[in-house]
Design a binder for this molecule. Structure first.
Ligand SMILES: [Zn+2]
Length: 219
């Protein structure tokens, strides 16, 4: 019997999904590579956002000098950008705001400038990536009623946040060559309360926190 799809938890996971979009790499893919069972519908839905994320990252000021980003830029991205430019432009448009940084366990770490990610397609993909990484690490699904807070970490503070995560005993880093890496913390009592620090092409840093919807409402 196949396990349930990691993403929807409803249908059988009849396909294998590469949690981090494989289009971010130039083959061959690093080994080991996080893969999870997914139903065809969720897998297809996720794939549709893959190249969008790739284009956004490769075009980003802080990623564009990475050798893999440069190589991708020369090929597929240029063509895709010609069709998608305005949408990508909206996604990378950002507004800076200070936001408190908490660990998964709710420990306040201070205010670090970070930016909401405005492209809903990117946010959707990041949520599925976190669900996939969570399953890959813990062998169970992140509960459906948990909410995500996704923010882009300001470039200036990335090393500081990395060290804080290490001090708190973060797991990882889990790295896929120099294209992707992450550190992560789970609350000891409720693993669904988690903090993730992700980076792409050494230049795009994201913080993702998950917690129960009830906790989120209470603030
Ligand atoms: Zn599914």
């Amino acid at each position: 019997m196949k396990p349930l799809c990691v993403y929807c938890g409803i249908t059988l996971g009849t396909t294998t999904d590469h949690v981090i979009p494989s289009c971010l790499f130039i083959p061959p893919l690093p080994v080991p590579y996080p893969k999870v069972p997914a139903c065809a519908e969720c897998n297809n839905k996720k794939s549709k956002n893959d190249s969008y994320l790739r284009d956004m990252l490769v075009l980003d000021l802080y990623c564009s000098e990475h050798p893999v980003a440069k190589e991708l830029m020369k090929g597929k991205v240029i063509r895709s950008v010609e069709k998608n430019l305005s949408e990508i432009g909206r996604a990378v448009k950002t507004r800076l705001s200070r936001s408190p940084l908490y660990t998964g366990a709710g420990l306040y770490l201070g205010d670090y400038p970070s930016i909401p990610i405005e492209g809903e397609r990117v946010n959707e993909l990041i949520r599925t990536m976190i669900r996939g990484l969570y399953y890959d690490q813990l062998g169970k699904r992140l509960p459906d009623d948990y909410v995500f807070d996704i923010r882009r970490q300001d470039q200036i503070y990335v090393n500081e946040v990395y060290e804080i995560m290490n001090t708190l005993g973060a797991n990882g880093p889990l790295t896929l060559g120099s294209v992707f890496g992450c550190q992560y913390l789970f609350d000891a009592k409720d693993h669904g309360i988690s903090s993730w620090y992700l980076w792409f092409y050494g230049g795009f840093f994201l913080r993702v926190d998950t917690r129960p919807a009830k906790l989120a409402e209470a603030g």
